[in-house]
Design a protein around this ligand. Sequence first.
Ligand SMILES: *Cc1c(COP(=O)(O)O)cnc(C)c1O
Length: 352
Amino acid sequence: MTYAGVLARYRAWMDIPAHTADITLLEGNTPLIPVPRLAEEMGGGFELYIKFEGLNPTGSFKDRGMTVAISEAAGRGARAVICASTGNTAASAAAYASRAGMRAIVIIPEGKVAAGKLAGATAYGAEVIQISGSFDDALSLVVEISRRHPVALVNSLNPYRLEGQKTAAFEIIETLGAAPDWLCLPVGNAGNISAYWMGFTQHHAAQQSGLPHILGVQAAGSAPLVLGHPVDHPETIATAIRIGRPARGEQALQAAEESQGRILAVSDDEILFAQRRLAASGVWVEPASAAGIAGMFAEIRAGRMQPKGQRIVAVCTGHGMKDPDIIARQMPAPRLLPVELRALEDAVLEEK
Ligand SMILES: *Cc1c(COP(=O)(O)O)cnc(C)c1O
Protein backbone atom coordinates (compact mmCIF):
# COMPACT_ATOMS: atom_id res chain seq x y z
CA MET A 1 0.00 0.00 0.00
CA THR A 2 2.91 2.39 0.41
CA TYR A 3 3.60 4.76 -2.49
CA ALA A 4 0.20 4.06 -4.03
CA GLY A 5 -2.23 6.65 -5.35
CA VAL A 6 -5.84 5.90 -6.25
CA LEU A 7 -5.01 4.24 -9.58
CA ALA A 8 -2.55 1.80 -8.02
CA ARG A 9 -5.03 0.93 -5.30
CA TYR A 10 -8.32 0.80 -7.17
CA ARG A 11 -7.64 0.34 -10.90
CA ALA A 12 -9.58 -2.95 -10.92
CA TRP A 13 -12.67 -1.06 -9.72
CA MET A 14 -12.46 1.58 -12.44
CA ASP A 15 -14.05 1.60 -15.85
CA ILE A 16 -11.08 3.07 -17.74
CA PRO A 17 -9.22 2.30 -20.99
CA ALA A 18 -6.24 -0.06 -20.90
CA HIS A 19 -3.94 2.71 -22.17
CA THR A 20 -4.42 4.68 -18.93
CA ALA A 21 -1.01 5.57 -17.45
CA ASP A 22 -0.38 6.22 -13.75
CA ILE A 23 0.39 9.89 -13.25
CA THR A 24 0.12 10.20 -9.50
CA LEU A 25 0.99 12.43 -6.57
CA LEU A 26 -0.06 9.68 -4.14
CA GLU A 27 -3.48 11.26 -3.71
CA GLY A 28 -6.32 9.68 -1.71
CA ASN A 29 -6.00 7.69 1.49
CA THR A 30 -7.25 10.76 3.37
CA PRO A 31 -8.18 10.50 7.05
CA LEU A 32 -11.69 9.92 8.35
CA ILE A 33 -11.57 12.09 11.45
CA PRO A 34 -14.03 11.53 14.31
CA VAL A 35 -15.40 14.83 15.67
CA PRO A 36 -17.31 13.81 18.83
CA ARG A 37 -17.56 17.35 20.24
CA LEU A 38 -19.25 18.55 17.09
CA ALA A 39 -21.73 15.66 17.40
CA GLU A 40 -22.36 16.68 21.03
CA GLU A 41 -23.17 20.20 19.88
CA MET A 42 -25.93 18.70 17.77
CA GLY A 43 -27.39 16.74 20.67
CA GLY A 44 -25.01 13.79 20.69
CA GLY A 45 -25.86 10.10 20.57
CA PHE A 46 -24.40 9.59 17.11
CA GLU A 47 -21.04 9.10 15.39
CA LEU A 48 -19.80 11.95 13.23
CA TYR A 49 -16.75 11.77 10.98
CA ILE A 50 -15.05 14.19 8.62
CA LYS A 51 -13.60 12.77 5.41
CA PHE A 52 -10.90 15.42 5.12
CA GLU A 53 -10.25 15.71 1.42
CA GLY A 54 -8.35 18.95 1.94
CA LEU A 55 -5.36 16.74 2.73
CA ASN A 56 -4.92 15.65 -0.87
CA PRO A 57 -1.71 16.81 -2.61
CA THR A 58 -3.11 20.05 -4.02
CA GLY A 59 -5.53 20.61 -1.15
CA SER A 60 -8.81 19.32 -2.55
CA PHE A 61 -10.62 16.13 -3.58
CA LYS A 62 -10.16 17.13 -7.22
CA ASP A 63 -6.84 15.24 -7.17
CA ARG A 64 -8.61 11.87 -6.98
CA GLY A 65 -10.32 12.47 -10.28
CA MET A 66 -7.50 14.43 -11.86
CA THR A 67 -4.95 11.63 -11.52
CA VAL A 68 -7.23 9.40 -13.59
CA ALA A 69 -8.26 12.01 -16.18
CA ILE A 70 -4.65 13.08 -16.76
CA SER A 71 -3.40 9.49 -16.76
CA GLU A 72 -5.94 8.58 -19.43
CA ALA A 73 -5.06 11.64 -21.54
CA ALA A 74 -1.32 11.01 -21.15
CA GLY A 75 -1.76 7.34 -22.02
CA ARG A 76 -3.22 8.19 -25.42
CA GLY A 77 -0.55 10.79 -26.10
CA ALA A 78 -2.43 14.02 -25.36
CA ARG A 79 -0.10 17.04 -25.06
CA ALA A 80 -2.45 19.57 -23.48
CA VAL A 81 -5.42 19.68 -21.14
CA ILE A 82 -8.01 22.37 -20.56
CA CYS A 83 -10.60 23.04 -17.87
CA ALA A 84 -12.96 25.66 -16.53
CA SER A 85 -12.54 26.11 -12.83
CA THR A 86 -13.65 27.94 -9.73
CA GLY A 87 -10.06 27.31 -8.60
CA ASN A 88 -9.46 23.83 -7.22
CA THR A 89 -9.81 22.03 -10.54
CA ALA A 90 -7.32 24.50 -11.99
CA ALA A 91 -4.71 23.84 -9.30
CA SER A 92 -5.19 20.09 -9.56
CA ALA A 93 -5.11 19.99 -13.37
CA ALA A 94 -1.99 22.16 -13.33
CA ALA A 95 -0.17 19.89 -10.88
CA TYR A 96 -0.96 16.61 -12.65
CA ALA A 97 -0.39 18.04 -16.13
CA SER A 98 3.03 19.30 -15.04
CA ARG A 99 3.81 15.89 -13.62
CA ALA A 100 2.91 14.36 -16.99
CA GLY A 101 4.87 16.99 -18.93
CA MET A 102 1.72 18.36 -20.52
CA ARG A 103 0.37 21.90 -20.97
CA ALA A 104 -2.49 22.93 -18.70
CA ILE A 105 -4.78 25.74 -19.77
CA VAL A 106 -7.25 26.81 -17.13
CA ILE A 107 -10.13 29.23 -17.55
CA ILE A 108 -11.42 30.97 -14.45
CA PRO A 109 -14.25 33.42 -13.77
CA GLU A 110 -13.01 36.96 -13.28
CA GLY A 111 -12.20 38.03 -9.76
CA LYS A 112 -13.97 35.16 -7.99
CA VAL A 113 -11.18 32.67 -7.43
CA ALA A 114 -9.77 32.28 -3.90
CA ALA A 115 -6.16 33.39 -3.49
CA GLY A 116 -4.73 29.99 -2.55
CA LYS A 117 -6.22 28.35 -5.63
CA LEU A 118 -5.03 30.90 -8.16
CA ALA A 119 -1.58 30.85 -6.54
CA GLY A 120 -1.57 27.05 -6.79
CA ALA A 121 -2.51 26.95 -10.46
CA THR A 122 0.17 29.53 -11.22
CA ALA A 123 2.82 27.85 -9.09
CA TYR A 124 2.25 24.49 -10.81
CA GLY A 125 2.79 26.22 -14.13
CA ALA A 126 -0.68 26.45 -15.66
CA GLU A 127 -1.58 28.99 -18.30
CA VAL A 128 -4.31 30.81 -16.41
CA ILE A 129 -6.88 32.81 -18.36
CA GLN A 130 -9.67 34.83 -16.76
CA ILE A 131 -12.88 35.52 -18.62
CA SER A 132 -15.27 38.31 -17.80
CA GLY A 133 -18.03 35.83 -17.08
CA SER A 134 -19.08 33.05 -14.73
CA PHE A 135 -17.85 29.50 -14.23
CA ASP A 136 -20.79 28.32 -16.35
CA ASP A 137 -19.66 30.58 -19.23
CA ALA A 138 -16.12 29.24 -18.87
CA LEU A 139 -17.34 25.65 -18.97
CA SER A 140 -19.32 26.11 -22.20
CA LEU A 141 -16.25 27.67 -23.81
CA VAL A 142 -13.84 24.89 -22.86
CA VAL A 143 -16.30 22.19 -23.95
CA GLU A 144 -16.40 23.84 -27.39
CA ILE A 145 -12.62 24.28 -27.60
CA SER A 146 -11.98 20.65 -26.67
CA ARG A 147 -14.38 19.55 -29.43
CA ARG A 148 -12.49 21.56 -32.04
CA HIS A 149 -8.89 21.09 -30.97
CA PRO A 150 -6.69 18.29 -29.63
CA VAL A 151 -6.82 19.42 -25.98
CA ALA A 152 -8.27 17.02 -23.42
CA LEU A 153 -11.16 18.30 -21.32
CA VAL A 154 -10.57 17.51 -17.64
CA ASN A 155 -13.69 18.97 -16.06
CA SER A 156 -15.96 16.45 -14.34
CA LEU A 157 -17.85 15.99 -17.62
CA ASN A 158 -14.84 13.78 -18.31
CA PRO A 159 -16.04 10.37 -17.07
CA TYR A 160 -12.58 9.38 -15.79
CA ARG A 161 -12.73 12.15 -13.20
CA LEU A 162 -15.67 10.39 -11.57
CA GLU A 163 -13.94 7.00 -11.78
CA GLY A 164 -11.21 8.46 -9.60
CA GLN A 165 -13.45 10.44 -7.26
CA LYS A 166 -15.62 7.44 -6.41
CA THR A 167 -12.63 5.89 -4.60
CA ALA A 168 -13.36 8.12 -1.59
CA ALA A 169 -16.51 6.04 -1.03
CA PHE A 170 -14.40 2.86 -1.03
CA GLU A 171 -12.04 4.33 1.56
CA ILE A 172 -14.92 5.30 3.85
CA ILE A 173 -16.35 1.77 3.65
CA GLU A 174 -12.92 0.25 4.35
CA THR A 175 -12.41 2.45 7.41
CA LEU A 176 -15.89 2.03 8.91
CA GLY A 177 -16.36 -1.58 7.78
CA ALA A 178 -19.61 -0.58 6.04
CA ALA A 179 -21.25 2.42 4.43
CA PRO A 180 -22.38 5.16 6.86
CA ASP A 181 -26.08 5.98 7.36
CA TRP A 182 -25.68 9.46 5.92
CA LEU A 183 -23.12 11.12 3.67
CA CYS A 184 -23.27 14.94 3.66
CA LEU A 185 -21.37 16.93 1.06
CA PRO A 186 -21.35 20.22 -0.87
CA VAL A 187 -22.74 20.27 -4.42
CA GLY A 188 -21.45 22.61 -7.11
CA ASN A 189 -21.09 21.18 -10.60
CA ALA A 190 -22.40 17.93 -9.06
CA GLY A 191 -19.59 15.63 -10.17
CA ASN A 192 -18.59 14.63 -6.66
CA ILE A 193 -22.03 13.66 -5.37
CA SER A 194 -22.48 11.59 -8.54
CA ALA A 195 -19.10 9.93 -8.04
CA TYR A 196 -19.78 9.03 -4.40
CA TRP A 197 -23.10 7.45 -5.34
CA MET A 198 -21.36 5.46 -8.11
CA GLY A 199 -18.77 4.28 -5.60
CA PHE A 200 -21.23 3.27 -2.89
CA THR A 201 -23.56 1.44 -5.27
CA GLN A 202 -20.68 -0.36 -6.99
CA HIS A 203 -19.20 -1.48 -3.68
CA HIS A 204 -22.58 -2.54 -2.35
CA ALA A 205 -23.28 -4.61 -5.47
CA ALA A 206 -19.96 -6.42 -5.01
CA GLN A 207 -19.77 -6.76 -1.23
CA GLN A 208 -23.13 -5.79 0.34
CA SER A 209 -21.47 -2.91 2.17
CA GLY A 210 -24.73 -0.96 2.50
CA LEU A 211 -25.81 2.36 1.03
CA PRO A 212 -25.90 5.77 2.71
CA HIS A 213 -28.59 8.39 2.36
CA ILE A 214 -27.00 11.28 0.55
CA LEU A 215 -27.46 14.87 1.71
CA GLY A 216 -26.22 17.22 -1.01
CA VAL A 217 -25.86 20.83 0.05
CA GLN A 218 -25.87 23.92 -2.17
CA ALA A 219 -25.41 27.56 -1.19
CA ALA A 220 -28.70 29.47 -1.14
CA GLY A 221 -27.46 32.02 -3.70
CA SER A 222 -26.51 29.28 -6.16
CA ALA A 223 -28.97 26.47 -5.63
CA PRO A 224 -30.26 25.43 -9.07
CA LEU A 225 -30.95 21.87 -7.93
CA VAL A 226 -33.10 23.06 -5.05
CA LEU A 227 -34.90 25.71 -7.09
CA GLY A 228 -35.42 23.40 -10.05
CA HIS A 229 -34.01 25.83 -12.60
CA PRO A 230 -30.61 27.28 -13.58
CA VAL A 231 -29.35 30.35 -11.74
CA ASP A 232 -27.94 32.98 -14.11
CA HIS A 233 -25.97 34.97 -11.56
CA PRO A 234 -24.96 32.60 -8.77
CA GLU A 235 -23.64 34.26 -5.63
CA THR A 236 -22.03 32.83 -2.51
CA ILE A 237 -18.87 33.26 -0.49
CA ALA A 238 -18.38 29.50 -1.04
CA THR A 239 -16.77 30.09 -4.42
CA ALA A 240 -16.12 26.39 -5.12
CA ILE A 241 -19.88 25.82 -5.38
CA ARG A 242 -20.77 29.10 -7.04
CA ILE A 243 -22.28 27.35 -10.05
CA GLY A 244 -25.65 28.04 -11.65
CA ARG A 245 -25.82 25.25 -14.24
CA PRO A 246 -24.40 22.06 -12.78
CA ALA A 247 -23.10 19.83 -15.55
CA ARG A 248 -24.17 16.70 -13.69
CA GLY A 249 -27.33 18.10 -12.13
CA GLU A 250 -29.60 15.29 -13.31
CA GLN A 251 -27.24 12.65 -11.95
CA ALA A 252 -27.07 14.46 -8.60
CA LEU A 253 -30.86 14.57 -8.28
CA GLN A 254 -30.96 10.89 -9.12
CA ALA A 255 -28.34 10.10 -6.45
CA ALA A 256 -30.34 12.01 -3.84
CA GLU A 257 -33.56 10.26 -4.84
CA GLU A 258 -32.19 6.72 -5.16
CA SER A 259 -30.41 7.03 -1.82
CA GLN A 260 -33.55 8.38 -0.15
CA GLY A 261 -31.63 11.50 0.71
CA ARG A 262 -32.09 15.03 -0.55
CA ILE A 263 -30.49 18.22 -1.81
CA LEU A 264 -31.02 21.37 0.19
CA ALA A 265 -29.65 24.90 0.38
CA VAL A 266 -28.03 26.75 3.28
CA SER A 267 -27.19 30.43 3.68
CA ASP A 268 -23.66 31.84 3.59
CA ASP A 269 -23.98 32.61 7.32
CA GLU A 270 -24.77 28.96 8.04
CA ILE A 271 -21.75 27.93 5.95
CA LEU A 272 -19.41 30.31 7.81
CA PHE A 273 -20.82 29.16 11.16
CA ALA A 274 -20.14 25.52 10.22
CA GLN A 275 -16.63 26.49 9.09
CA ARG A 276 -15.93 27.97 12.55
CA ARG A 277 -17.42 24.97 14.38
CA LEU A 278 -15.25 22.59 12.32
CA ALA A 279 -12.17 24.68 13.05
CA ALA A 280 -13.04 24.45 16.76
CA SER A 281 -12.55 20.69 16.37
CA GLY A 282 -9.21 21.23 14.63
CA VAL A 283 -10.39 20.87 11.06
CA TRP A 284 -9.99 24.03 8.99
CA VAL A 285 -11.74 23.83 5.64
CA GLU A 286 -12.57 26.30 2.92
CA PRO A 287 -16.14 27.70 3.04
CA ALA A 288 -17.66 25.39 0.38
CA SER A 289 -16.32 22.40 2.29
CA ALA A 290 -18.30 23.36 5.37
CA ALA A 291 -21.60 23.23 3.46
CA GLY A 292 -22.13 19.52 4.16
CA ILE A 293 -21.93 20.08 7.92
CA ALA A 294 -24.05 23.23 7.63
CA GLY A 295 -26.72 21.20 5.85
CA MET A 296 -26.57 18.49 8.49
CA PHE A 297 -26.95 21.11 11.25
CA ALA A 298 -29.97 22.58 9.49
CA GLU A 299 -31.64 19.21 9.01
CA ILE A 300 -31.11 18.11 12.61
CA ARG A 301 -32.31 21.45 13.99
CA ALA A 302 -35.45 21.30 11.85
CA GLY A 303 -36.13 17.73 13.00
CA ARG A 304 -35.87 16.39 9.46
CA MET A 305 -32.83 14.24 10.31
CA GLN A 306 -32.86 12.02 13.41
CA PRO A 307 -29.20 11.33 14.04
CA LYS A 308 -29.53 9.16 17.18
CA GLY A 309 -27.63 5.91 16.80
CA GLN A 310 -26.50 6.85 13.28
CA ARG A 311 -23.14 7.09 11.64
CA ILE A 312 -22.74 10.27 9.66
CA VAL A 313 -19.85 11.21 7.39
CA ALA A 314 -19.41 14.79 6.18
CA VAL A 315 -17.06 15.25 3.25
CA CYS A 316 -14.83 18.30 3.64
CA THR A 317 -13.73 18.84 0.09
CA GLY A 318 -10.95 21.44 0.35
CA HIS A 319 -8.43 22.85 2.82
CA GLY A 320 -8.97 26.12 4.67
CA MET A 321 -5.66 27.48 3.40
CA LYS A 322 -7.19 27.71 -0.07
CA ASP A 323 -9.19 30.75 0.96
CA PRO A 324 -7.27 32.75 3.57
CA ASP A 325 -9.08 36.02 2.75
CA ILE A 326 -12.40 34.79 4.10
CA ILE A 327 -10.83 34.41 7.53
CA ALA A 328 -9.04 37.74 7.35
CA ARG A 329 -12.34 39.39 6.44
CA GLN A 330 -14.19 37.92 9.42
CA MET A 331 -11.58 38.21 12.10
CA PRO A 332 -9.68 41.12 13.62
CA ALA A 333 -5.99 41.44 12.80
CA PRO A 334 -3.69 40.31 15.63
CA ARG A 335 -3.14 43.11 18.15
CA LEU A 336 0.27 44.73 18.35
CA LEU A 337 1.93 45.27 21.73
CA PRO A 338 5.15 47.03 22.68
CA VAL A 339 8.04 44.82 23.86
CA GLU A 340 7.04 45.05 27.53
CA LEU A 341 6.46 42.23 29.97
CA ARG A 342 3.68 44.14 31.77
CA ALA A 343 1.70 44.76 28.61
CA LEU A 344 1.99 41.12 27.58
CA GLU A 345 1.06 39.96 31.08
CA ASP A 346 -2.06 42.11 31.01
CA ALA A 347 -3.02 40.72 27.63
CA VAL A 348 -2.44 37.10 28.66
CA LEU A 349 -4.37 37.43 31.94
CA GLU A 350 -7.28 39.25 30.32
CA GLU A 351 -10.50 37.23 30.35
CA LYS A 352 -11.76 36.54 26.84
C1 LIG B 1 -15.17 21.30 -6.75
C2 LIG B 1 -15.49 21.54 -5.33
C3 LIG B 1 -16.76 21.32 -4.80
C4 LIG B 1 -17.93 20.94 -5.64
O1 LIG B 1 -17.81 19.67 -6.24
P1 LIG B 1 -18.68 19.34 -7.52
O2 LIG B 1 -18.18 18.05 -8.00
O3 LIG B 1 -18.45 20.46 -8.48
O4 LIG B 1 -20.12 19.32 -7.06
C5 LIG B 1 -16.96 21.50 -3.45
N1 LIG B 1 -15.95 21.90 -2.65
C6 LIG B 1 -14.72 22.12 -3.12
C7 LIG B 1 -13.66 22.57 -2.17
C8 LIG B 1 -14.45 21.95 -4.48
O5 LIG B 1 -13.22 22.20 -4.93
